[in-house]
Write a protein that binds this ligand. Structure first.
Ligand SMILES: [Ca+2]
Length: 61
């Protein structure tokens, strides 16, 4: 499950991108957790934010 592990890594981004490409389904909990910028939508902006976090451009999500 996305973001189930304590450490967010590139596999989470991949899973989110698969969801955005409609290759996989997220349940409501996953959608909520993946909405890292808390704007009520789970979209590409969240994937971008997670990638920045992984690249240590931003310190936290
Ligand atoms: Ca969002």
């Amino acid at each position: 499950m996305i973001f189930a592990a304590s450490k967010i890594d590139v596999t989470d981004v991949t899973e989110l991108q698969n969801y955005l490409a409609e290759n996989t389904e997220f349940d409501e909990t996953q959608k909520k957790v993946a909405d890292t910028n808390h704007d009520g939508k789970t979209d590409i902006s969240d994937a971008t934010q997670i990638q920045k976090y992984i690249a240590e451009i931003i310190p936290e999500l």
